[in-house]
Design a protein around this ligand. Structure first.
Ligand SMILES: C[S@@+](CC[C@H](N)C(=O)[O-])C[C@H]1O[C@@H](n2cnc3c(N)ncnc32)[C@H](O)[C@@H]1O
Length: 472
């Protein structure tokens, strides 16, 4: 008989069963079902972690653990994993993060304590199931075939959907499809029906996971990541909400291609790098640190950073030299209030030159994408480029000087500044060499180097370099 651990108490038998519907009413409440296996070779204890889905669906008890309950969060990172690692490190501390393979990061934190929706650099949010001491796929498959039947008892009635996503193994999608077929047979033999989602690539896209409801009560996406001589197995519990990001980007009433299109995900990363450590809290509540904090964006443009700050629960304060941009931000934030109704509603926008503006206090943190200079669709000549670098450098230097005298010591900030992707290398702003002189310390990270914190697409000349500073 299972023992249900919930809210610090343990329950057995019918009591445990009767708790399941109650648990369904709670959002993302986690509980553990601990089962003893008398039939095992030893009186081996196995833990199953169950989670009630966010929707609170009937019968939404979801088993998730293959063997040991590790109850640790695991993140599949976005296109530039270093940005995702730095973001996690900034929020949760370097000691709590372990990069896994090229694509993942293991967190020493329970998934329920993390608000995944604020992470711009994580595309799939998972719970760790187990780590195998092998990278031989045949052994991995054998393990899955043996352990899968144990889980079916914990899935609600109905046709299951199974997906497999493999990272870091040199495998073809066909090999993964073969494993899917093996598991399908195992599941069918246990009397359940299942649909296996076909792999076009070795890993399913977020869109496939969403479309097939693999994080829903009847879905099961297993994630495999090669890490040295080990294979980490996890289960996705949420993926980035593509529709919401699209709405927050293209759905806004005011956009401007010339000012630049800061993707909301990158805005989230910039904010997370700026705010630094947060207390992990129950996902039903906003992080404590956010309630009274004001985030300043002195180059607010159309207001993407302000928008994302409000969604995360921070007060937003934006200024821009251009009246049109001030009006765009104002309109976009009013649209946000109406459309997405963020819990935080306090914002302020005004016109101001960042090189000399006096900002209204308090400023708890600064997060911005500064002036980036002229956009280039092709490589500029060396003369043109050095002229642009000179102009932008002058503005950023004056801005940092002006800002320094208005910030309290210890204030943390993240600024995205331009770096230019020339055919040979990245050209950086010369002012980055003067950070100490200007009154700031540049933060470094345990798991990534600052040189990797450059957001760029291969075809773009102007990249954005993320600089995290602390006012001395
Ligand atoms: C790259 S855009 C920022 C775009 C913004 N992240 C958004 O969400 O649209 C840079 C912005 O800096 C503004 N700007 C340029 N020089 C400025 C200055 N000296 N002070 C304040 N804003 C300035 C421009 O008007 C522009 O809106």
């Amino acid at each position: 008989m299972g023992i249900l651990f919930w809210d610090g108490y343990s329950y057995t038998g019918p009591v445990a069963k009767s708790l399941v519907p109650r648990a369904n009413q709670l959002e993302r409440k986690q509980f553990c079902l601990k089962e003893k296996y008398p039939g095992g070779t030893s009186r081996e204890e196995k833990l199953f972690v169950a989670e009630v889905s966010r929707s609170g669906d009937e019968g939404a008890l979801r088993k998730s653990s293959i063997l040991d309950s590790m109850n640790q969060a695991f993140c599949i990172l976005g296109r530039q994993p270093a940005l995702g690692i730095a973001e996690l490190e900034s929020l949760f501390g370097g000691d709590n993060i372990q990069p896994i393979g090229e694509h993942g990061a293991l967190l020493n934190i329970e998934p329920a304590q993390i608000d995944f929706t604020r992470l711009g650099g994580t595309v799939k949010f998972c719970k760790l199931l187990t780590i195998l001491d092998t990278v031989n796929w045949r052994h991995v498959e054998k393990f899955l075939a043996e352990t899968t039947p144990q889980h079916l008892d914990y899935m609600p009635e109905g046709k299951m959907r199974l997906g497999l996503s493999v990272y870091g193994f040199s495998m073809r999608p066909q090999q993964i499809a073969a494993t899917g077929l093996t598991l399908k047979k195992v599941i069918r033999a246990s009397g359940r029906s299942v649909r296996v989602i076909p792999n076009v690539e070795t890993a399913l896209s977020s869109a496939q996971v969403l479309h097939n409801q693999l994080t829903g009560p009847l879905g099961w996406e297993l994630i495999f990541v090669k890490h040295g001589s080990k294979t980490l197995i996890a289960q996705s519990i949420a993926v980035q909400d593509i529709e919401s990001y699209t709405l927050r980007d293209r759905g806004r009433p005011k956009r401007d291609a010339k000012v630049g299109m800061l993707p909301p995900k990158l805005a989230q990363i910039i904010i997370n790098l700026a705010v630094g450590l947060i207390e992990p809290v129950d996902p039903a509540c906003s992080p404590k640190t956010t309630h009274d904090s004001t985030i300043l964006d002195p180059f607010c443009g159309t207001g993407v950073i302000l928008q994302e700050a409000l969604i995360m629960g921070y007060r937003a304060y934006g200024t821009d030299i251009d009246r049109r941009m001030f009006e765009y931000s104002q309109t976009n934030l009013e649209w946000l209030m109406d459309k997405l109704q963020p819990t935080q509603k306090e914002f302020r926008v005004s016109i101001g030159d960042a090189t000399q503006n006096e900002w209204v206090k308090p400023i708890d943190t600064v997060a911005c994408e500064t002036y980036l200079g002229r956009p280039f669709s092709a490589q500029p000549t060396a003369d043109v480029l050095s002229g642009v670098i000179h102009d932008v450098n002058t503005i950023i230097k004056k801005f940092l000087k002006n800002l320094a005298r208005q910030l309290s010591p210890g204030t943390r900030l993240c600024i995205a500044v331009p770096a230019w992707n020339t055919e040979k290398n990245f050209k950086h702003l010369p002012v980055l060499e003067l950070i100490e002189e200007l009154g700031y310390t540049r933060t470094s990270f345990v798991h990534v180097s600052n040189a990797d914190l450059v957001y760029h697409r291969p075809d773009q000349v102007v990249a954005r370099e993320l600089i995290v500073l602390i006012r001395k």
